[in-house]
Write a protein that binds this ligand. Structure first.
Ligand code: SF4
Length: 323
């Protein structure tokens, strides 16, 4: 979309969502804190963005990072804090422990432009839900200065439809997780018994806004909705329930990314204290094929010993890609 039209949409979104800065109900947690005055809720974030890292990401799906993961990369912004906070989070250093630096809107906009100047193929907002206001303010600046890359909204799925509706015409690619179907599991792992009750309608709204998965001439996503699901150890049944709901709700052309990379991190519950087994991933993948998903992104069904995709944000280069 023409950046000028995006700026108009951003102005409208900021007018509608702005009051949340002083009584925040931007996400299902509905903490109602005054973030402008420095109060924080579950996401532990004031009304400025905490930025943990901005980098060219070579490990996203090939349509987002570039074919082979070697070309240019996804211009990824890792934000501090999170509104969901899974106990097993692989990004716990930033989502739970607060690593990162508060930046103002101007610096955030400059960071987006800098990623574009370095050859990024998109701007990829990781965990943007709780920071939608500073992100929108920064995008307004960045679009005014020539940002033109597709915008990826890389979300845990724990979203409110009325907030997402304000992002129509601004977000080009929705990249939501659908983590759990069971309320018991989502309560135990993320303190959110209502996860599916919010994530389901949120995914439907995203798909209404971006139903068509469009690739450009280089095989890179230009628009669309890609759903991610991380298979958890011992939870094949819940994964299958997630897939069945997706298959009932969306057409088979819905792109689905099935992830096997789970490693227990941080405060993972005891029964989730191991990687998944190859057989578990194969069972979920087999079900996805039976259900007829036409566009599947897959990972290896087994990672070798010591081989994992978990980042370490204590390092200058948190990921270990062989670029
Ligand atoms: S965005 Fe943060 S402060 Fe606002 S409702 Fe969600 S968790 Fe609470």
């Amino acid at each position: 979309m023409d950046p000028k039209k995006k700026i108009d949409r951003i102005d409208t979104a900021l007018a509608a969502l702005g009051p949340h800065a002083e009584e925040c109900a931007l996400c299902p947690r509905e903490c109602r804190v005054n973030r402008r005055s420095g109060e924080t809720g579950v996401c532990q974030s004031p009304d400025r963005a905490g930025l943990a890292r901005a980098l060219l990401h070579h490990g996203e799906e090939p349509v987002l990072s570039g074919p082979g993961g070697r070309v240019r990369g996804s211009g990824t912004l890792f934000f501090t804090g999170c509104n969901l906070k899974c106990l097993f989070c692989q990004n716990y250093q930033i989502s739970w422990l607060g690593q990162g630096r508060l930046v103002d809107d101007e610096e955030l906009a400059r960071t987006m432009i800098a990623l574009q100047d370095r050859g990024a193929v998109n701007i990829n907002l990781v965990s943007p839900t709780h920071l939608v206001l500073p992100i929108l303010r920064a995008l307004k600046i960045a679009y005014g200065r020539g940002l033109f890359l597709p915008l990826v909204y890389n979300s845990n799925g724990y979203e409110k439809v009325e907030v997402l509706e304000r992002l129509a015409g601004i977000v080009d690619i929705y990249l939501p997780d659908l983590k759990y179907r069971s309320g018991g599991l989502s309560e135990r792992c993320s303190g959110a018994a209502d996860y599916f009750g919010f994530a389901g309608p949120a995914l439907q709204e995203m798909y209404v806004q971006q139903p068509d998965f469009i690739l450009d001439g280089d095989g890179l996503a230009a628009r669309g909705t890609i759903v991610r699901h991380l298979v958890l150890p011992g939870q094949v049944e819940d994964s299958i329930a997630v897939l069945e709901w997706l298959a009932e709700t969306f057409p088979p052309s819905l792109p689905l990314s099935l992830m096997s990379q789970y490693r227990p991190c941080f405060r993972a519950p005891a029964d989730l204290g191991r990687p998944i087994e190859a057989a578990e991933y194969r069972a979920v993948l087999q079900k996805a094929r039976e259900l007829g998903f036409e566009q599947l992104f897959v990972q290896p069904d087994l990672f070798g010993p010591g081989e994992n995709l978990n980042p370490d944000f204590d390092l200058d280069q948190p990921f270990r890609w062989k670029t």
